[in-house]
Ligand binder design. Structure first.
Ligand code: HEC
Length: 207
């Protein structure tokens, strides 16, 4: 009987030890998995993000300019309304990422920033106030999202003169009525040239 008890205890010890060992192994693997993305990989992801932003911006601009030329701003609003989300979706699909535009003052509520984006947008305003140029302003980080890692990237969008037709403080009445009809919760008016209109935003899944 006592021998059996001893055996039982040994067996138990072994179990506990194994359990501890297992925990250590799990912790180590976890540490490796959540480890920092290497500098080279970060550079690569930033470079690819810049290219995706460029592709998105170029397509959008050509749609916008084309519509402005052929039918003026009221037609261009319709194009922006239809095409902006479509182009974003196409570029996102091509990459397997999520790409969009966001702002502290949105026109389309679908573009509202999440908590992380809002922090970055506020930081961009701070950086601008400190004299940094908006043109090259960007930010990236590896962020935990529901237990999964993501590489997130944002690039500031400066307000140019042409943007004021629809985002400025002196918008033509015809444009205003079209905007009112499509975007009853429009906040994206009253911008001045050089302001940060918003930002391109990208999420790349890492896990
Ligand atoms: C012809 C009118 C028009 C012009 C000009 C225009 N926009 Fe917009 N903008 C819109 C509309 C409409 C939307 C909403 C698109 C949507 O539904 O996703 C929008 C949305 C945006 C958004 C997405 C965030 C939000 O507010 O929903 C950004 C960023 C933006 N515009 C930046 C610019 C910049 C920068 C320029 C100048 C280069 C510009 N826009 C010129 C009409 C315009």
């Amino acid at each position: 009987m006592p021998q059996l008890l001893l055996l039982y205890e040994r067996y138990w010890e072994l179990l506990v030890m194994n359990n501890r060992t297992r925990k250590v192994v799990i912790a180590l693997v976890g540490l490796l998995a959540t480890g920092a993305v290497s500098a080279a990989e970060t550079d690569q992801r930033i470079a690819e993000s810049r290219m995706a932003v460029k592709s998105f911006a170029t397509q959008l601009k050509s749609e916008l300019v084309g519509a402005m030329k052929s039918g003026g701003p009221t037609k261009a609003i319709g194009v922006c309304h239809m095409k902006a989300p479509e182009i974003a979706k196409n570029v996102s699909h091509a990459k397997g990422w999520a790409i969009g535009r966001t702002s502290l003052k949105t026109r389309n509520p679908d573009n509202a920033p999440d908590a992380w984006e809002k922090k970055v947008l506020l930081k961009f305003e701070q950086r601008k106030a400190q004299g940094e140029s908006v043109k090259k302003m960007e930010y990236s980080a590896v962020v935990d999202h529901d237990g999964k890692r993501e590489f997130r990237y944002m690039k500031a969008i400066p307000t140019g003169k042409v943007c004021l037709v629809c985002h400025g403080s002196n918008i033509a009445p015809g444009v205003i009525s079209k905007l009112d009809a499509l975007y009853p919760r429009d906040q994206a008016r009253g911008f001045k040239e050089g302001d940060i209109r918003g930002a391109f935003t990208i999420r790349q899944p890492l896990d």
